[in-house]
Design a protein around this ligand. Structure first.
Ligand code: IPE
Ligand code: IPE
Ligand code: MG
Length: 259
């Protein structure tokens, strides 16, 4: 609660302070390619370029936490050829970009279900997390094989197991102790969630964590995203009025209320 009070005070000026954590649903690779008569694969490849630009921009904008939705637990329902392509790209991304991410002070943290992931990819994920563990310029949270409902169910299961063996009293379970069992434990909640491609839904992304996030939906397809659209989303965020269930603390709306 104290955290929310501090944020309200910080947000009280003309515009919001920059977000501490931005989470992005990188959507629209397939449609971007279709529009050009290209295979979806090309859209995904261009999507990786957009991701590189976005990480650079996040560093430049001084955003401490960036979460990217790279593969959902529901994406397994796509044709095997596309799933294989996406897995291959993930491996290539880690192999190709890990050294540079590390040089740039990026700490990689992967959230999502690890069981059932190709062992080669799992090893790369562990290598990325291990190598970059001490970095602190930008934490890049990679949501891979991620789905919020399963993450929440897993947290419930862990707490139930602790209670069943007498390690905790169920009466002591609070939103804070619950959040500590989520994959995102220790990561601040996202302030801003961006989704590209014009779809207006969360698709099982950070349902618990985004309870008070500002949502920005953009019509651009993900391969078009970069510094400029990122800045546009941040400007939109800055103009929002975060009330957290309370009353507005923004000076302009206070004036409006007084007149
Ligand atoms: C987002 O683009 C990338 C992933 C989900 C992995 P899509 O592949 O969903 O592209 P559209 O939504 O079909 O255009
Ligand atoms: C969400 O996009 C998942 C990722 C961006 C990785 P989808 O394209 O899978 O979402 P839906 O199917 O349109 O809801
Ligand atoms: Mg999509």
């Amino acid at each position: 609660m104290a955290d929310i009070q501090t944020r309200i005070a910080a947000d009280a000026d003309d515009g919001l302070a920059p977000p501490r954590h931005v989470a992005i649903i990188m959507d629209g690779n397939g449609r971007w390619a279709n529009r050009r008569g290209l295979p979806r694969t090309i859209g995904h490849r261009m999507g990786v370029e957009a991701l590189r630009r976005t990480v650079q921009a996040a560093i430049e904008f001084g955003i401490p936490y960036l979460t990217i939705y790279t593969f959902s637990s529901e994406n397994w329902s796509r044709p095997a050829s596309e799933v294989n392509e996406l897995m291959g790209m993930m491996k290539r991304f880690v192999r190709k970009d890990l050294a540079e991410l590390h040089r740039n002070g990026v700490k990689v943290r992967v959230i999502g279900e690890r069981e059932g992931i190709d062992p080669e990819l799992l090893a790369l994920i562990e290598e990325a997390e291990g190598l970059t563990a001490a970095n602190d310029r930008l934490t890049l949270v990679v949501a891979f094989n991620y789905g919020s409902r399963f993450e929440i169910a897993k947290a419930a299961r862990k707490l139930a197991e602790k209670a069943a063996r007498g390690a905790i009293d169920p009466a002591t379970i609070t939103p804070e102790t619950f959040a500590a069992e989520l994959d995102t434990s220790g990561i601040p909640d996202p302030d801003l969630v961006i989704r590209t491609s014009g779809e207006i839904r969360l698709s099982n992304f950070l349902l618990w964590q985004a309870a008070y996030a500002e949502l920005v939906f953009m019509d651009a397809y993900w391969p078009e995203f970069g510094r400029e659209l990122f800045a546009q989303a941040l400007a939109e965020y800055r103009s929002r009025d975060r009330r957290y269930g309370g009353l507005s603390t923004r000076s302009h709306s206070m004036k409006a209320q007084q007149s």
